[in-house]
Design a protein around this ligand. Structure first.
Ligand code: SAH
Ligand code: SF4
Ligand code: F3S
Length: 434
């Protein structure tokens, strides 16, 4: 049996896709290995979202080729968004044998077989239909607690900075009956948490069923499993999603709501279809309906033409919302996107990094303040495993997706229990069992 090793980069969608790839390969007689030096086929499932993500992969391709030098029969494959974006450029490097885009994974067995006979293979056709609905992923979560279920693929929003619509193609939603089946399957295998994944989950739609209905159906189908979802788009998240969240005890109170910028002028150039005020009123509505709901975000510093005032608008929006956590980036121009074609990348690197640092410093304080507000509160946590820092402690997340740690010798991964917050750091709630 040939052994396949896959490294996964990028977002949760890629993690879910790697699980699909392993399932397709397993059905075709390939075994999985987590040791690159033991593999006959070495692959990376890649991300193109920022330039440094791609640079890292080029570095890995060099590493893979070190093994190939010693064992010329080893095949190197590049999957995912970078395969889709760079296409032949990867093959032309002479260091890659297989290039497969996100919608061609069913063809991997063929591509591998053909590459093994000496001709490099590429298939980067995007599809309007492929959702891999019938493929039961091989779950890679090692402690068997948390599973991803992809509910849609692609993206129809044309945010001007973003490469995803080019690498993942048009948006398509997966048949809800296959999603419900997969949720039941996860529950029966002991998974305690399911995250529904899509680039813009609020635009899910299959035969008249929207995201709010889907969310309610999944939550009702597996009432003992926690449900999370990502990502919500500020312009699309609906009242009905919020009321569905509030009415099902197993749907977690956490919304990841990427804002990108606090300046209306920049939001318009980014082609985000909401304003600062529109965003803030969504936040207010979320908190009216679920006062304990955590809100996290993504932000880009130094987008084309961003002024100090635009940047201060982002800082003040962060302050006003008081995000519980954030993923923060500086703008990286992606070739072929609308922004790359239309706007000069005119904020210099020093300014971008300085602005990013200012946002990070502010968010670190906001995260700490958010955690401090939780001191004295009790939460239900789902145990993920031993705390990395101290072996006498367990760690797990509360509904708000905050990491909790507490001394515990009785419970194990997958259990739920009540804890009280005694203290905190910026990243963690330090708790005791009650
Ligand atoms: N679909 C999600 C985001 C997916 S990409 C959404 O619309 O919210 C994840 C994050 O990467 C984005 O939210 C954005 O903050 C960041 N990102 C995307 N393109 C980028 C670029 N060109 N430069 C820097 N950050 C980028
Ligand atoms: Fe990119 Fe915008 Fe689609 Fe998110 S919604 S994946 S940022 S185009
Ligand atoms: Fe990256 Fe592709 Fe996800 S570009 S963020 S792996 S959709």
């Amino acid at each position: 049996m040939k052994k396949v090793y896959i490294e996964t980069y990028g977002c949760q969608m890629n993690v879910a896709d790697t699980e699909t790839v392993f399932s397709i390969l397993a059905q075709n007689g390939y075994a999985r290995t987590s040791d690159m030096d033991d593999a006959d086929i070495i692959m990376a499932n890649t991300c193109s979202i920022r330039d440094n993500a791609e640079q890292r992969i080029w570095g890995r391709i060099e590493q893979f080729n070190l093994r190939k030098k010693r064992h010329p029969e080893v095949l190197v494959g590049i999957l995912g968004c970078m395969a889709e974006r760079l296409k032949d450029e990867l093959l032309d490097s002479g260091k890659v044998d297989i290039v497969a885009g996100p919608d061609t994974y069913r063809k991997l067995p063929e591509l591998i077989a053909a590459a093994a006979s000496g001709t490099p293979q590429i298939d980067v056709m995007l599809s309007r239909e492929e959702t891999y609905a019938d493929i039961t992923p091989v779950r890679l979560d090692s402690n068997g607690v948390s599973a991803f279920i992809s509910i849609m693929r692609g993206c129809n929003n044309a945010c001007s900075y973003c490469v995803v619509p080019y690498t993942r193609g048009a948006e398509r939603s997966r048949d809800f009956s296959s999603i419900l089946r997969e949720a039941c399957d996860c529950a029966s295998r002991g998974y305690r948490e399911i995250t529904l994944l899509g680039q813009n989950v609020d635009s899910y739609g299959f035969e008249g069923t929207g995201f709010a209905e889907l969310l309610g159906m999944v939550a009702g189908q597996v009432p003992d499993v926690r449900i999370r979802f990502s990502t919500s788009n500020p312009q699309d998240i609906s009242e009905k999603v919020l009321t569905t969240m509030a009415s099902h005890p197993n749907i977690c109170h956490h919304i990841h709501l990427p804002v990108q910028s606090g300046s209306d002028r920049i939001l318009e150039k980014m082609r985000r279809r909401y304003t600062r005020e529109g965003y803030l009123s969504k936040v207010r509505r979320i908190r009216e309906i679920m006062p304990d709901c955590a809100i996290t975000t993504d932000v880009i510093a130094g987008f084309c033409s961003e002024t100090e005032q635009d940047h201060r608008d982002t800082l003040s929006l962060f302050e006003e919302v008081g995000f519980d956590a954030a993923y923060m980036f500086y703008y990286s121009e992606r070739p072929g996107t609308l922004a790359a074609r239309k706007y000069p990348d005119d904020v210099d690197l020093a300014t971008k990094t300085r602005r990013l640092e200012e946002i990070i410093t502010l968010q670190n304080r906001l995260s700490l303040e958010s955690n401090r507000r939780d001191i004295g509160k009790t939460f239900t946590v789902l145990v993920e495993g031993r705390s990395k820092k101290s072996p006498d402690e367990l760690c797990g997340r509360n509904s708000q997706n905050k990491m909790c740690v507490w001394p515990d010798s009785r419970h194990s991964a997958g259990d739920t229990l009540q804890v009280r917050v005694k203290d905190c750091t910026q990243a963690t709630l330090l708790c005791e069992e009650i």
